[in-house]
Structures are given as C-alpha cells and as structure tokens.
Design a binder for this molecule. Structure first.
Ligand code: ATP
Ligand code: MG
Length: 381
C-alpha cells in the first residue's frame, strides 16, 4: 500500500536501544520517517510536536509502560493508531491493549512480515476513517442543500399560489371590462365603451407591473451603476405619478429644491423602488374616505454623503400590524388589488444601494417614507 504524506511519520518507543535501531532501519526502508523515543515521557513529547498518525510502542518498559502511553495518546488524539510490541507470555497485556484500542500487537522477535501486516492494518484504518469523514462531510452538505432546496420549493409554492390568486383577480376584471365594452357596443351605447376601456387599460397596467415584479424577483441582477442627475431623475418619477393621479382628486407636490445633486445609482431599479412607494401613497389616498382633500408630497434633500427622498401622504395610514409587515413578500392589505411585491422589492433595491428606508405612519392620518442612499455607492458595508 502506498504510504501517504500523512502516514509517513512514525514514533517508535522502546527502552532497548538495539531493538530501536533495528526497527528504525526497517521502518525507514519501508518509507517511513521515524522518530525514536527511549521512554514514555520522550515519546509523548515527540507525539505532541510531530503529530504522527502511527505510534509503535513496546508494552513493557520501566517508568511509563506501553499501555499508559497508548491511553495517553488515544486520549489526546483518538485517530492515532498504536501498534504494541509484546514479549512472549504477555498475552494478558496484549489483550488489555486491544481493550484500549490499540490497532494490533506484534510479538518479539519482530519479523518484517508481522510488522508489515500490522502497519497495513493501521494504514487501512487511517484511510477508511479519512474517507468516512469525507463521505460524512459531503452527506452533510447534501442534506443542507436538500433543506435549502425544500425552502426554495416551498417559497416558490407560496409565490405561485399568490401570483395565481392575483392573476385570477385581474382576469375577472379583464372579463368585466370586456363585458362592458361588448354590451355597450351591442346596445350601441357608445358612451359606455369608455368605462369598459378604462377598466381594461388599468388592468393591463397592473398585469404589466405584476409581471415586471415577478421578473425582478426571479432574477438576481447586479446593479448597473451610473452617475445620475437627481433632479432630472426625480422629475421622471414625478411625471409617471402625475399621469397616474391625473383624474383622481389628489394634489401632488414636488419639493425638489434647487441643488444640483449627483448620485451614483441604478436609475432603472431605483425608479421602480420609488414608484412602488408613490403608488402606495396614491392607493392610500384613494382608499381614504375620511378627508375632504388629499395630498402627496415628494421631496428631495441631501446631506454630505447622502441623497434623501421623502414621500408624505395623508391617506389611510397604517395600523401597527400593517407597519410590522409592509416589507414582507406577499404582505398586502389590498385583497385582490395588491400582491405584496411592491415594498419588498423597494426595500431590496434600497438595500442593494446600501441605503435605508424608514416609515412613520399613523392610522387614518397618513404615512411618511424616508429613503436615504449614499451619493457615492459603497461597495461593501
Ligand atoms: N402609504 C401607505 N399608506 C398606507 N398603507 C401602506 C402605504 N404603503 C404601504 N402600505 C401598506 O403596505 C402593504 C404592502 O405594500 P406593498 O406595496 O408591498 O404591496 P401592495 O401595494 O399591497 O401590492 P403591490 O405593490 O404588489 O401591488 C400595503 O398592502 C399596505 O397595507
Ligand atoms: Mg404597492
């Protein structure tokens, strides 16, 4: 059997110098690197510094005997294999040494064959143990991967369920829209066609958003960072929102200041992060029946390192339970009108930008979002 690097070192313990010398030559011939010791104390010192995989020790020695050396070694490193050298009539001691987990014993006078067999046995055990450890490690890795896969599958299941539920709601709305258009057309009540078309348009926009959300969620993408003129960027965001609230009684106020701010960001991603938050502000205002007028304020500020986006609305606000859950995937209080993707994705995008998002909300009063991102992207936080 080939002797690996690992097993090359052997500590040989015998109080008789002649035996030590002969054995040392034989073992060296077999390819081992031998460290010889004349007593137990010396043997244990060598054992600690050289950390061999195999020790060969005489059983009967003055002072610390072989059994004691064996016990000490097994105590310090149970993986070390110890071969005992016994004299004629030492059967009891030999059996005792097996009890303390010596791998084998050879009787004096030592024949090369007996030595070789004992060493073969020790090496085989060392190799088997090493393989077993490797198998255990890969088994553990497999088990970990399996449990990760299960987690993935179960969240995939939840996601598919939730998406299907959302799609079902949207299809029902599409059906409703088509029905309105069809019946207006059949009855030649052309004025009513507009109402049906509005439903169709709004539903198609929502399907689009949902598909984009799913695509974002399904694909982990690195940020495409670029230097962005913040005023211009926020202007583009504002235009989208202004178009959305065009025919709703909500006042939209831009509070951008005059500062020319530059910020490193993935404009496409960050755009959707802010749109999600502003969309929610619109929903919160539309749903609120308790106030005569509604207002959304979109502001930009900066400090030395960061750009700060703030979004105020005086919509329905949130209760404590909602506040605790808003960033959770699929959390939505909007029934079939929401999927619960929005803030989960916004939060993710802001975190990717090494930014922070904070919320302050009072039920029935309104909500305030504060989003802060560094002007200069920080690679690792
Ligand atoms: N400005 C806000 N005012 C009141 N409640 C809010 C506001 N923003 C978020 N929420 C609450 O947080 C929940 C989660 O928001 P999120 O944007 O993640 O999902 P959603 O709007 O319900 O659905 P989606 O955005 O996927 O269409 C909302 O359902 C709502 O209850
Ligand atoms: Mg939303």
């Amino acid at each position: 059997m080939a002797i690996s690097e690992y097993t090359k070192k052997i500590i040989l313990v015998d109080d008789e110098k002649d035996i030590r010398d002969v054995l040392e030559i034989t073992l060296a011939d077999m390819g081992y690197h031998v460290f010889a010791a004349g007593n137990g104390k010396q043997a244990l010192e060598l054992f600690r510094t050289e950390m061999p995989q195999i020790v060969i020790t005489d059983i009967k020695m003055p002072g610390m005997d072989g059994i004691e050396i064996l016990r000490n070694i097994k105590n310090e490193n149970p993986d070390t294999e110890v071969i005992m050298i016994t004299g004629h009539g030492d059967t009891d001691l030999a059996i005792k040494s097996l009890k303390y987990e010596a791998i084998d014993f050879i009787t004096k006078p030592i024949s090369d064959d007996a030595l070789e067999i004992a060493l073969k046995r020790a090496n085989e055990k060392i190799i088997t143990r090493r393989q077993l450890r490797k198998y255990t490690e890969s088994l553990e890795k497999l088990l970990r991967e399996k449990s990760e896969l299960q987690d993935h599958l179960s969240s995939l299941g939840i996601m598919i369920g939730s998406i299907s539920h959302g799609i079902k709601g949207l299809l029902t709305r599409l059906d409703g829209g088509v029905y309105l258009v069809e019946s207006a057309h059949t009855n030649k009540e052309y004025d009513d066609i507009g109402e049906g078309l509005d439903i169709l348009k709004e539903t198609v926009t929502r399907i689009k958003k949902m598909v984009l959300d799913i695509l974002y969620y399904a694909k982990e993408r690195d940020l495409k960072l670029e230097k962005v003129n913040v005023l211009q960027f926020a202007g583009d965001v504002a235009v989208v929102i202004e178009q959305k609230i065009d025919d709703q009684h909500i006042e939209f106020h831009r509070d951008f200041g005059q500062d020319n701010i530059e910020c490193e960001m993935d404009a496409e991603f960050f755009h959707s992060a802010l749109i999600n938050i502003l969309d929610n502000a619109i929903d919160a205002c539309t749903e609120d029946r308790s106030k005569a007028s509604h207002k959304i304020i979109f502001s930009i500020r900066q400090d030395n390192e960061n750009v700060i986006f703030e979004i105020h609305d005086n919509g329905i606000g949130m209760d404590t339970k909602t506040k605790e859950n808003i960033f959770n995937l699929f959390y939505s209080s909007k029934g079939s009108k929401g999927t619960g993707f929005g803030l989960f994705i916004s939060n993710d995008i802001i975190k990717q930008h090494r930014g922070t998002i904070n919320v302050n909300s009072v039920a029935e009063k309104g909500t305030y979002f504060n989003i802060k991102i560094p002007k200069q992207h920080i690679e690792n936080k």
